[in-house]
Design a protein around this ligand. Structure first.
Ligand code: ZN
Length: 469
């Protein structure tokens, strides 16, 4: 039974709407999965972390969720506008392997990253190459309904047949087509510039390894049709929630809506959830820029992957997030302190049910206000400070962690000996006291004394963290 209201920004209505699924207490949720031609970078993983929090929050407030995710192992070209080389073929060429070997390797790598980040595997994970019959059926339906045409050997969707092709973006065609890459020759077969490929038979890539028989000749599906067909295969003709990164809004999700609604003849998905980019100093993180920042890189540099999860939860999913190692260090210091504080709580006293319910309500209200995870963390800190029994605190922390998944009661972060930690923490506290009393000389003296022992202090608005050389 779901008793709480949940408000979530909806890209389709462009406002924060109350989330109301079609069937009471049940949610059908579709997530665009990875194209498995390379490792996921931590910017891609920001989306999967926030989608995971969303799914867990829905379950937490009582929904029965069925979540489906595709794995794109065919049909996703270098440009989202149906041009350029197939990403999978390029990946296979790069590594001297077959497309299926590449797909298997990077799919495994993706789920290993997810495990490290405490991202739950969706109920259904479907590789695109499993569903060829479904794409063919859907495309046949589009022909029947008058939305598909054949030109130059390929099958296209005719976007001019729709009254509101741009419903999701709210933009005009001219604004958006600037985003479709112009550096490859335009496809002269298209009746309208915004039309897109449903099925490729005549490909300029003879190297395309994976091809299937179809009523229109041997070929392979376009990327967009995959998600519509896989969604319908497992969740039927109605979706409550569809998720992805903001760069999926156009053209991918716009095309998914176009072809799904043209095929079924009614509205398809009620609520669209999109996560903003992770940027580095040079702009949006992307694989095409060369060095990609992955979970393995973070691990090699000594970070617990959950520090990155904490880093993401500290900011709102609708704001671009800038990644630097300095800000990651702040998240690490905060995460370590948080774990240490939780580890110090003694499991004693009675469970205060009234306090438990009150804090739980506040947590739901805060996170339920457009997935405000940072306000959710604030409630967690309030619990740590509260005048309630250790038993009640631990019960609440474990309860919130069903959504946050930060392994908060998994023990203290033991990196240094107890004596060293105790000594440094004592000195940091003394320095803070000195600074409060404007005794700058004493504060500097403490910093220098620690520096001689190889300990570097770093001040931030969350407090002081330290590292030992
Ligand atoms: Zn998709």
């Amino acid at each position: 039974m779901v008793n709480n209201k949940f408000y979530l920004y909806n890209t389709l209505t462009k406002q924060v709407d109350e989330f109301i699924p079609r069937e009471k207490d049940r949610v059908s949720m579709y997530t665009c999965g990875p194209t498995v031609y390379h490792y996921a970078h931590i910017g891609n993983l920001r989306s999967y972390i926030m989608e995971d929090v969303l799914e867990k929050f829905l379950r937490y407030i009582g929904y029965d969720v069925k979540r489906v995710m595709n794995i794109t192992d065919v049909g996703h070209l270098a440009s989202d506008g149906d041009t350029g080389e197939d990403k999978m073929v390029a990946g296979a060429k790069r590594e001297g392997k077959t497309v299926m070997q590449i797909a298997k390797f990077y799919e495994d790598a993706f789920f290993e990253d997810c495990r490290a980040l405490n991202i739950k595997t969706p109920d259904v994970v479907e590789p695109a190459t499993n569903c060829i019959d479904e794409y063919i059926k859907l495309i046949e339906k589009l022909f029947e309904n008058g939305y598909a045409y054949e030109a130059g050997g390929n099958i296209y969707f005719d976007t001019s047949k729709l009254a509101d092709y741009y419903a999701l973006t709210g933009h005009s065609s001219d604004d958006l087509l600037v985003g479709v890459r112009d550096d490859v020759e335009a496809d002269g077969n298209k009746r309208n510039k915004s039309d897109f490929v449903l099925w490729f038979t005549k490909s300029k890539f003879d190297s395309q390894e994976l091809k299937w028989d179809s009523p229109w000749g041997v070929g392979y599906p376009g990327w967009h049709i995959e998600c519509s067909a896989i969604g319908m295969k497992h969740l039927g003709e109605h979706l409550d929630l569809h998720c992805g990164g903001v760069d999926n809004i156009f053209p991918h999700h716009t095309n998914e809506i176009a072809q799904s609604e043209a095929a079924i003849g009614h509205g398809w998905c009620r609520h669209w959830f999109h996560i903003q980019h992770l940027n580095d100093r040079a702009g949006k993180m992307s694989k095409s820029k060369g060095n990609i920042l992955t979970v393995s890189v973070l691990k090699e540099k000594g970070y617990d992957p959950l520090v990155y999860r904490m880093f993401c939860l500290k900011s709102h999913y609708r704001k671009p997030l800038e990644f630097t190692f300095d800000t990651l260090d702040n998240a690490k210091a905060e995460y370590d302190r948080l774990k240490n504080r939780v580890a110090a709580i003694a499991d004693e006293g009675e469970l205060d049910e009234r306090a438990f319910d009150e804090y739980r309500e506040r947590f739901i209200e805060n996170v339920g206000n457009d997935m405000n995870t940072s306000l959710g963390l604030t409630v967690l800190y309030d619990v740590l400070k509260a005048d309630i029994s250790g038993k009640t605190k631990l019960a609440l922390i474990n309860d919130f962690d069903r959504v946050l998944s930060l392994d908060l009661t998994g023990g203290a972060k033991q990196e240094h000996s107890d004596e060293l930690t105790e000594y440094v923490e004592r000195m940091i506290a003394e320095r803070a006291e000195a600074k409060k009393n404007k005794d700058w000389a004493r504060a500097d003296e403490i910093r220098n004394e620690l520096a001689e022992k190889g300990i570097t202090l770093k001040d931030s608005k969350e407090g002081t963290s330290w590292t030992k050389a």
